[in-house]
Design a protein around this ligand. Structure first.
Ligand SMILES: Nc1ncnc2c1ncn2[C@@H]1O[C@H](COP(=O)(O)OP(=O)(O)O)[C@@H](O)[C@H]1O
Ligand SMILES: [Mg+2]
Length: 250
């Protein structure tokens, strides 16, 4: 089977004044459809740079990148933006929601940038995406009326509204407490179970145990690539935590 993401010998050099920063120093990575991958590594090891290349937000200095068998480097500016809009959904650590805007409108937003108007009814699509993350009853709330975990779920719904085949999440649980982090991981596990390929950056070992494969980075390289035979179920962990809380309350 052809991988959905195929990266060969990717480098990325940032120029800051006179200084060259080698953020990626020759990365090879193949990801099959339906995988759930976590990218781990110390701060500065190149995780976000790699995600931005994969997400077509940033162009590498050298190397090749094929997304769904399309040579991304060959694309025009518009085609590059289209491929990003149509195939990829992004989730960030800080949620990045518009503050005075309802959950529903936040989720609809990416559809205004969809030049090809693949999705005919933005509001319907946004409602469906919010239902998928379990927030049907919070559509008209603005971010300040939602908990951190709920805000991140709105952000996941916004990432889903274009019906992407790949979800990229850069430290999506970085601002959340441990219980809420597990809730968010259970959403990702569920979406992955529905066939979406998920790549997430984390530096928490606990979080990576919910994924199916861990890629370790150091100094712009992939150091190790490990399959998880039996990922931990976030849903089961949540149930266990609830039972423990109930027992403690007795
Ligand atoms: N836009 C940028 N301009 C200059 N240097 C950058 C930029 N983005 C990242 N870097 C540098 O590239 C290296 C890798 O950064 P990054 O990919 O953000 O690492 P991580 O996400 O693993 O913390 C770091 O040394 C960082 O300072
Ligand atoms: Mg980062």
């Amino acid at each position: 089977m052809k991988p959905v993401i195929s990266i060969k010998e990717i480098t990325k050099i940032y120029h800051v004044g006179e200084i060259q920063v080698h953020a990626l120093r020759g990365v090879d990575l193949a990801v099959q459809s339906g995988e759930f991958l976590s990218i781990m590594g110390a701060s500065g090891s190149g995780k976000s740079t790699l995600m931005n290349v994969i997400g077509c937000l940033d162009v590498p200095t050298s190397g090749s990148y094929h997304l769904d068998d399309i040579d991304v480097s060959s694309l025009s500016r518009d085609a590059y933006a289209d491929i990003r809009n149509e195939k990829i959904g992004f989730v960030f650590q800080g949620f990045n929601l518009l503050p005075r805007t309802s959950a529903l409108e936040n989720v609809e937003l990416p559809l205004f940038y969809d030049r090809r108007h693949r999705i005919k009814n933005p509001q319907h699509a946004a409602r469906e995406a919010l239902e998928r993350v379990g927030l049907a009853d919070r559509m008209h709330h603005v971010p300040s009326q939602l908990s951190g975990g709920q805000q991140q779920r709105v952000a996941i719904a916004r990432a889903l509204v274009n019906q992407p085949s790949i979800l990229l999440a850069d430290e999506p649980t970085g601002n959340l407490d441990s219980r809420t982090s597990i809730e968010v991981m259970s959403v990702f596990q569920e979406l992955n179970g529905q066939g979406i390929t998920v790549l997430l950056v984390t530096h928490e070992e606990d979080i990576s145990q919910y994924t199916k494969r861990i890629v370790y980075m150091r100094d712009g390289h992939i150091l190790r690539d490990q399959k998880i035979e039996k990922p931990v179920s976030a849903r089961q962990d949540l149930e266990k935590k609830m039972e423990e809380a109930d027992a403690a309350a007795l």
